[in-house]
Design a protein around this ligand. Structure first.
Ligand SMILES: Cc1cc2nc3c(=O)[nH]c(=O)nc-3n(C[C@H](O)[C@H](O)[C@H](O)COP(=O)(O)OP(=O)(O)OC[C@H]3O[C@@H](n4cnc5c(N)ncnc54)[C@H](O)[C@@H]3O)c2cc1C
Length: 375
């Protein structure tokens, strides 16, 4: 039976960033991913925005790790040849009531340590985004975009170069405490042709994204339930993509479900419109009952009156691992905690946005927890 110091469950951006961080310090690090390739779940089905840290309650993990992660992500991308653009973004108000909310958002963001924020008027909005209509906007210089796919693979490549073993097509199917170790049951390969293997690990890190609640359940911990909330995109391609230069957001939804349908100029020159937010049944339900394009056009017209339904094509979708049930409201914080009954297991649950941005800061945070376990 193989033995590991650290076994990481899940090869999304967070698992890969953790593998890179912990393999700098410890040997015998394994990362296992159930899909044949890394980053195929939420980590490459998002907006690819390197968020500034505007929206999250003061002193929350989301606020702290996003602000730190934003800086770390830019540094990492520049150093390791990951494509990115440091664009800045506008959060746009369209009436007096929203202008009050905008001022409150600025205050919250400053409390979180976000620098360089400025309230601007219609003339400056037009100078930055000539086609966007608004009465005022918050200019956020630290926001930008990154290639999520390249980021996942760069973290994984560095982890491997530091000696970590990354095994894809390997699903964790059981977890069993055994003395000071955790016995990890793996199903390797696909359904028709699989074999079972076991690894014993001194520390297990559960970064299984949408399935982190079920993986915690394998250890008998049923503290969490993840509700998938689908975010759908449309895309503007070709000449009409010049309607947007950088990133343009409305005020966030007050229900805490999403940041509202926004515009993201991608690294490949198109504009993403979305994501929407709706609870769905099923953790792989990306396509069933997709929203009609007309609904995107309708929402998008508030900030971008020139947009027409014919400018839009249906794009991809992603699933947010929400901890707040459909009947609830508000923002749940990231959960990053040692298991109370099996303290050499660390669970990361509810790792929704800004998880892509925060990944390197999350990895440092988890690395400190691992040091408490392994010494
Ligand atoms: C629509 C949308 C837009 C977003 N936009 C942004 C944004 O612009 N900026 C930002 O910072 N964040 C954004 N996010 C959030 C960000 O994408 C996530 O926080 C981040 O990708 C989470 O990474 P992860 O590694 O935890 O999850 P995942 O990418 O889901 O990775 C978890 C992995 O675990 C694997 N796994 C699950 N169970 C097992 C098992 N039993 N055994 C082995 N492997 C297993 C899965 O296959 C998966 O690959 C967005 C999210 C969505 C849905």
């Amino acid at each position: 039976m193989d033995q590991a110091n650290i076994l990481i469950i899940g090869g999304g951006v967070i698992g890969c960033a953790i593998a890179r961080a912990v393999s700098q310090r410890w040997q015998d690090v394994f990362l296992v991913e159930r899909f044949p390739k890394l980053g195929m779940a939420t980590s490459t089905r998002n907006s690819g925005v390197n968020h500034a840290g505007l929206y999250y309650p003061k002193n929350s993990l989301k606020a702290k790790l996003c602000v730190e992660g934003n800086r770390m992500t830019y540094e990492f991308c520049a150093k390791h040849n990951v494509s990115f653009r440091h664009t800045g973004k506008l959060v746009v108000a369209t009436n007096a009531h929203e202008e009050v909310e905008l001022a409150a958002l600025k205050k919250r963001a400053e409390d979180n340590g976000v620098d360089g924020l400025r309230l601007i008027g219609p003339a400056e909005i037009r100078a930055i985004e000539p086609h966007v209509r608004g009465t005022a906007a918050l200019h956020v210089p630290s926001t930008g975009i990154v290639s999520a796919e390249e980021l996942v693979h760069a973290y994984a490549r560095l982890a491997t170069s530091q000696g970590a073993s990354i095994v894809t097509h390997a699903q964790v199917v059981s977890l069993e405490p055994a003395g000071g170790m955790i016995r990890v049951g793996l199903r390797i390969g696909d359904e028709e042709d699989s074999q079972d293997e076991t690894i014993e690990a001194r520390c297990v890190i559960n970064s299984a994204g949408l399935y982190a609640d079920e993986v915690a359940g394998l250890l008998g911990n049923h503290s969490w339930k993840i509700y998938p909330v689908r975010g759908e995109y449309c895309e503007i391609r070709g000449p009409r993509s010049t309607l947007i230069n950088n990133l343009v957001y409305p005020l966030p939804h007050t229900d805490g479900l999403s940041l509202g349908v926004h515009f993201t100029k991608t690294l490949w020159g198109s504009v993403l419109v979305g994501p929407t937010a709706s609870y769905v049944e099923g953790k792989d339900n990306y396509e069933k009952n997709r929203l009609p394009i007309a609904e995107f056009a309708h929402s998008a017209k508030t900030l971008l009156p020139e947009i027409e339904e014919s400018d839009l094509q249906l794009g991809y979708s992603g699933l947010r691992p929400k901890l707040v049930p459909p009947s609830g409201s508000g923002i749940a914080d990231f959960v990053i905690t040692r298991d109370p009954a099996v303290p050499h297991a660390i669970h990361l649950v509810g790792m929704e946005s800004p998880g892509l941005t925060a990944a390197p800061a999350i990895a440092e945070h988890v690395s400190k927890m691992v040091a408490e376990i392994l010494g």
